[in-house]
Design a protein around this ligand. Structure first.
Ligand SMILES: Cc1ncc(C[n+]2csc(CCOP(=O)(O)OP(=O)(O)O)c2C)c(N)n1
Length: 392
């Protein structure tokens, strides 16, 4: 990574420790809360806060969902919340790996949007029980990000269009910043591979900005990815060639990764604002090299390290549901319980099952919450098309 950085003279310095110990601890706790709620949606039918020992009947009879991508999506979400608040950003989040819906639903729930849109899922233990039960369940919600997911303009399911949708949202909305996560699997599709070039169509005066985050968790379902196997140096050259200034966030140690991500986001937000300010005060003087982030973290980060003697965290085995025989095999039930308890839910939710205030205040307020941003909620910002009068 050092090499990839030092050869980019245009690249700005990234602060090494932008987060105070308190902020770091709270952001990590918020991430743990999102991860806890994500795992709970995939697995639990009852006993949502593990107030009782986990029993087979607390687990859903049929397990569905995608764990592998979810901790990375949650990691990005908590960091975007921080910069939205810090810089008062008007931001939406386009999630290429829309199969990671548990994470997006969890974050909409933590920030309060979910309960506002769906009052039958309140912010207490009963709400969490219903949130878990409804996920990928008859009469409930889809396992992929869907139109009904607060803050979503991009349906999960058919990979390929995340970046095109993100740029489409930014055109003609000069204040909007669209963060777009691109999975290294999706990056291998033709439409996605071509849409990196959408930066050539973005006018820094008139349009908003897109911040692509290429999420290299290394695998697409059962096989390694091409971009995941490239060195940071090759990736740096590739994305420089596409007209971006790439920044790297690499790691599997949460504290260091939080610091690195926070410092990188501070730098890239400053860079986006500088590009826009200069173009908007001095006029368009040539195509800027917009920043993008390469995020290299393990697939299924913080999940079970191994199951039945086979590695799971950081491998393709965590793509979907890493433990499948939870109801029939006591040792798997034990792994699930230990996994969920590793997020220390008792430190995150109070006795009623409500997120504690020190964590709840990390989310932005009102329409700055990504789940509540009007740009991502159909119908709120409709404008008539400029059409000729058909009678003429
Ligand atoms: C066009 C298309 N081809 C194949 C699939 C099947 N599929 C679902 S998830 C996935 C892997 C996606 O990998 P990535 O984008 O890296 O996401 P992550 O690894 O973070 O889950 C694939 C190939 C799909 N959904 N759409």
């Amino acid at each position: 990574m050092a090499n990839a950085e030092s050869d980019r003279s245009a690249r700005l310095a990234v602060s090494a420790t932008p987060l105070s110990p308190d902020e770091l601890a709270r952001m990590d706790a918020y991430w743990r809360a999102a991860n806890y709620l994500s795992v709970g949606q995939i697995y639990l039918y009852d006993n949502p806060l593990l107030h009782e020992p986990l029993a087979p009947e607390h687990v859903k009879p049929r397990l569905l969902g995608h764990w592998g991508t979810t901790p990375g999506l949650n990691f990005v979400y908590v960091h975007l919340n921080r910069v939205i608040k810090r810089y008062d950003l008007d931001m939406i989040y386009v999630i290429g790996p829309g199969h990671g819906a548990p994470g997006i639903v969890a974050n909409a729930y933590l920030e309060g949007t979910y309960s506002e849109v769906y009052p039958h899922i309140p912010r207490n233990a009963e709400g969490i029980r219903r949130l878990f039960r409804q996920f990928s369940f008859p009469g409930g919600v889809p396992s992929h990000v869907a139109p009904e997911t607060p803050g979503s303009i991009h349906e999960g399911g058919e990979l390929g269009y995340a970046l095109a949708h993100a740029y489409g949202a930014a055109f003609d909305s000069p204040e909007l910043l669209v963060c777009c996560v691109v999975g290294d699997g999706e990056a291998e599709t033709g439409p996605l591979a071509a849409s990196w070039h959408s930066n050539k169509f973005l006018n820094p005066v008139r349009d908003g900005a897109v911040l692509p985050i290429l999420h290299l968790n290394g695998y697409k379902i059962a096989t390694p990815t091409v971009l995941g196997r490239l060195s940071d140096e090759e990736l740096s050259e590739l994305f420089t060639g596409y007209g971006y200034t790439p920044y790297f966030v690499v790691g599997d140690a949460p504290e260091a990764a939080h610091q690195r991500m926070a410092g990188t986001l501070d730098t890239v937000i400053g860079e986006i604002r500088r590009i826009q300010r200069e173009a908007r005060t001095q006029g368009f003087r040539g195509r800027p090299a917009w920043p993008m982030i390469v995020l290299r973290t393990p697939k299924g980060w913080t999940g079970p390290k191994a199951v039945d003697g086979k590695p799971v965290e950081g491998t393709w085995r965590s793509h979907q549901v890493p433990l499948v025989d939870v109801r029939s095999r006591p040792e798997h039930l034990q792994i699930l319980e230990a996994w969920m308890k590793s997020y220390r839910p008792e430190e995150l939710f109070d006795a009623n099952g409500t997120l504690i205030p020190e964590l709840a205040e990390l989310a932005p307020r009102g329409e700055r919450r990504m789940g509540a941003n009007p740009h991502a909620n159909g119908g709120l910002l409709l404008r008539d098309l400029a059409m000729p009068d058909f009678r003429a």
